[in-house]
Design a protein around this ligand. Structure first.
Ligand code: FE2
Length: 168
């Protein structure tokens, strides 16, 4: 722990930073999974999804930066390498063999929802530890990514309708 004049109790800062370092691994994994989807998606709604996935990747990258910098503000070291993320991430491994847009929508919406659940839990937990600033940051991140989850899941519905039209 580095010395800081931040007034939050040192034990609490350490707890919050540990939680944030775990979330940082999840976020770095989510960023690479989103790019994986952006690069490999094919089929129905290709261009809309290709572009949407890139927008989400940029938003997740911003979240990565916010989370990592908050760890350092709290007096700890941000653990932000790909190797740490690969070891620690709680996201499911992204399926590498898929190309169909519906499968990417399904896989990526699962990944975003997993991340959002972890970030949302942190809003209450860090608030309870007396760190309203981290809670606010996590609220901001979750607000944005809940919206992106809605966008991704909307495509799932559209594709289901198209499949029903074809079948019927
Ligand atoms: Fe690109």
């Amino acid at each position: 722990m580095t010395a800081t004049k931040n007034d939050i109790n040192a034990v609490k800062r350490k707890k919050i930073a540990n939680y944030l370092n775990q979330l940082l691994s999840d976020a770095i994994d989510l960023k690479s999974q989103t790019k994986q989807a952006h690069w490999n998606v094919k089929g129905a709604n290709f261009i809309a999804l290709h572009e949407l996935f890139d927008t989400i990747a940029t938003e997740v990258e911003d979240a990565v930066d916010l989370i990592a910098e908050r760890v350092v503000q709290l007096g700890e070291t941000a653990l932000g390498t790909a190797r740490v993320a690969a070891k620690q991430s709680r996201l499911k491994e992204y399926p590498l063999a898929i190309s169909d847009s519906q499968k990417h929508v399904d896989a990526l919406s699962t990944a975003i929802a997993t991340f959002n659940a972890a970030a949302r839990k942190g809003i209450d937990d860090t608030g309870a530890l007396g760190d309203a600033v981290t809670a606010d940051m996590l609220t901001q991140i979750t607000r944005g990514l809940d919206k992106q989850l809605w966008f991704v899941e909307s495509h799932l519905e559209e594709q289901l309708k198209q499949a029903q039209k074809k079948a019927g």
